[in-house]
Each structure stands twice: as structure tokens, then as C-alpha cells.
Design a protein around this ligand. Structure first.
Ligand SMILES: Nc1ncnc2c1ncn2[C@@H]1O[C@H](COP(=O)(O)OP(=O)(O)O)[C@@H](O)[C@H]1O
Ligand SMILES: [Mg+2]
Length: 258
């Protein structure tokens, strides 16, 4: 049985159809990268999975349970098991690194102060930042902030980690560092990960499998090698960084407009 399953999921925002029959399965221990152009619905997919958005139609299963019909209490439990590193996730500037990492622990778990300190130290060590508990976000570089954000998510010991554009805005050195961290999270914690990215370097480096979203559906699925050697024009355009053909725009070329 897959750990996560999207079955014929549909989702629109007003007239804007984002998903029109999304089907995708993820096995325990996989590292799946979701690729696709800006605005195709990658972040929406992650939010549907943890119930931050509700599908119009279809089924979303986590560990055999229907996310789409869960109570708030059941969703809270899912969100403890599925940690999400939000796109552009901000740290609380007024709190120390320790309190930033401890935030979710205090909210979700009943741990003693000693246990919290231990967890925080463990999570910071995992992201290569041990001993910086007393620092504040303003003392940190952009790359370090991302890693503290990851420590905050990892501190809850999730079974699944969702990364939304984890390397956006980072320089190549920090991008490589985050890619290595994603890999080591998988190895150290045997975690299942779903990584949303438009960075092909990240996709090729961290994934066991990739899936491409286009116009409301998964249009390609396979290993990084399958993607590298794909002859599918949508995949090729994406890998080669060509702007996708915009059919709506193409239809207007040569017309004068209203
Ligand atoms: N809460 C929302 N309300 C209205 N429209 C939304 C909402 N969230 C996302 N959208 C729209 O859905 C589409 C997909 O968004 P998103 O998943 O964020 O794209 P991306 O693939 O870049 O992550 C976009 O057109 C976006 O404007
Ligand atoms: Mg997004």
C-alpha cells in the first residue's frame, strides 16, 4: 500500500482550474520531486495533502486514511507526522534560535524543558548548526535561516517531509548544502520526502523518482535518469529551461485584442 495517494483529485479557485484529475502515489522511503512551471499547482498539492486546502473532488489518502474527510483533530495528527518546510518560511525574529526550533515542540508535544533542549540540540546538529541556540535570526545568513527552519520541522520527528522550493533564493554553495541535507535526512531518519522545486540540479540530486505537473495533471513520472533521457517535449523544455508554449497567448498572436 502506498503511504500517500492522490486519486482523481480536482481543485479550482473560482474559474481557475488547478487540478483536473491528479493521480499520484508515493511509497514509504521514497524521495519524490515534483517539478513544473510556476503556478501549475505544486504548492497547492502539498497543502491538499496536509489538509490546508480542500479538494473539490477526489480522494487523498495518507497511510490508508482519507485526509479529505478528517476532523480538525485528525488533521493535527497528520501534520505532526507530515512536516512541511514552507516556501519562504520565516523564523520569528524576536525569538532565539532555540525558541524558534522549540516552537512546534511546545505546541504539539508535552516535553520537559530538558527534553526540549535535547531535541533542539539534536535537530540543530542534524542541519549542521549545533551550538547556535542563543543566536537570533538577525545574526544568521539566508542559508543558515533555511537550515534553522528545517531543524524546526525535523525536531518534531516527522515521518514525511515536504519541502516547498527549499533552495529558492540561495546561492550555489547553499543550494548544494541544502541538497545534501535533504539526502542526509532521508538516510539518517529513513524519512519519506516530497520536494517541490524548479531547480533541476536539486531534482536530479535528491530524488529517487520525479513527477512533472502540467495543466492539472501529472504528465511525466520516472527516475531522474528517465527524465534526463526523456523525449517528451514538455519534459525536455523544462529541463532545458525553455519557456513553455503558452497556448492561450499563441491564440492571441496576430489579433488586435478588444
Ligand atoms: N488560496 C488560494 N486562493 C486562490 N488561488 C490560489 C490559492 N492558492 C493557489 N492559488 C492559485 O493556484 C495556482 C497554483 O498555485 P501554486 O500551487 O502556488 O503554484 P506553484 O506550482 O507555483 O507552487 C496559481 O494560479 C495560484 O494563483
Ligand atoms: Mg509554489
Amino acid at each position: 500500500m502506498p503511504l500517500i495517494e492522490f486519486r482523481d483529485v480536482w481543485k479550482s479557485f473560482g474559474p481557475k482550474a488547478v487540478y483536473q484529475g491528479l493521480n499520484l502515489s508515493i511509497e514509504q522511503g521514497e524521495a519524490l520531486t515534483i517539478v513544473g512551471g510556476s503556478g501549475v499547482g505544486k504548492s497547492v498539492m502539498l497543502k491538499l495533502l496536509i489538509g490546508l486546502l480542500k479538494a473539490d473532488r477526489g480522494e487523498i489518502l495518507f497511510d490508508g486514511q482519507h485526509v479529505e474527510s478528517m476532523s480538525a483533530k485528525q488533521l493535527t495528527r497528520v501534520r505532526q507526522r507530515v512536516g512541511m518546510l514552507f516556501q519562504g518560511a520565516a523564523l520569528f525574529d524576536s525569538l532565539s534560535v532555540r525558541e524558534n526550533v522549540a516552537y512546534g515542540l511546545r505546541e504539539h508535544l508535552k516535553l520537559s524543558e530538558d527534553e526540549i533542549s535535547e531535541r533542539v540540540a539534536w535537530a540543530l546538529t542534524l542541519v549542521g548548526l549545533s551550538g547556535i541556540e542563543a543566536m537570533h535570526p538577525s545574526d544568521l545568513s539566508g542559508g543558515m535561516k533555511k537550515r534553522v527552519g528545517l531543524a524546526r520541522t525535523v525536531a518534531l520527528k516527522p515521518e514525511v517531509l515536504l519541502y516547498d522550493e527549499p533552495t529558492t533564493g540561495l546561492d550555489p554553495i547553499n543550494t548544494t548544502r541544502i541538497n545534501h541535507l535533504i539526502l542526509s535526512m532521508q538516510r539518517a531518519l529513513n524519512i519519506t520526502s516530497i520536494v517541490v522545486t524548479h531547480d533541476m540540479g536539486t531534482a536530479f540530486m535528491v530524488s529517487t523518482r520525479m513527477a512533472m505537473v502540467h495543466k492539472g495533471r501529472i504528465v511525466a513520472e520516472g527516475t531522474p535518469e528517465d527524465f534526463r533521457t526523456s523525449t517528451n517535449p514538455l519534459v525536455r523544455n523544462f529541463i532545458e529551461g525553455n519557456a513553455p508554449e503558452d497556448e492561450d497567448m499563441a491564440a492571441l498572436v496576430g489579433t488586435k485584442g478588444p
